[in-house]
Write a protein that binds this ligand. Structure first.
Ligand SMILES: [Fe+2]
Length: 137
């Protein structure tokens, strides 16, 4: 079965730890999608998916911390704005979680799609810039 979020090899940064953590986050998004019973609208089994979203939140926090340590270690010039983007992403996920928990937001395809873009747009747009910087060094 096609994964909800298919990893593409051109998303690899060539930085072992960060690539590994990105794969784990993608895997978590796919497990969230797989855990939802999409035969119903809004999707059922939200509670299992919610446990996985909270795990995604925790893993993302750990990942951002490690990525920022890497940027500091390698004197990455855009690390301050990159950190700000991480903080914004974490705030967005907190809002999404709070809305689902409050019943203000359904755990539907739109919510899944926003989780997918929440992760992948950052990896493609911002994290790739770290790889380009490392290549130039
Ligand atoms: Fe990042």
């Amino acid at each position: 079965m096609k994964a909800f979020l298919e990893w593409r090899d051109d998303w690899f940064l060539g930085i072992g730890l960060i690539d590994q953590q990105h794969l784990e986050l993608v895997d978590l998004v796919n497990r969230i999608a797989a855990s939802l019973d999409t035969s119903q609208q809004p999707f059922a089994n939200g509670s299992d998916a919610m446990d996985l979203v909270l795990k995604l939140q925790e893993e993302t926090r750990r990942h951002f911390r490690d990525e920022e340590a890497f940027m500091l270690e390698h004197d990455y010039p855009a690390r301050v704005s990159h950190h700000r983007e991480h903080a914004l992403l974490q705030a967005e996920l907190r809002v999404l979680i709070r809305e689902i928990e409050a019943g203000k937001r359904a755990f539907d395809l739109e919510t899944l799609k926003s989780l997918k873009h929440w992760l992948i747009d950052h990896v493609i747009d911002s994290d790739q810039a770290i790889a380009r910087y490392m290549e130039r060094r």
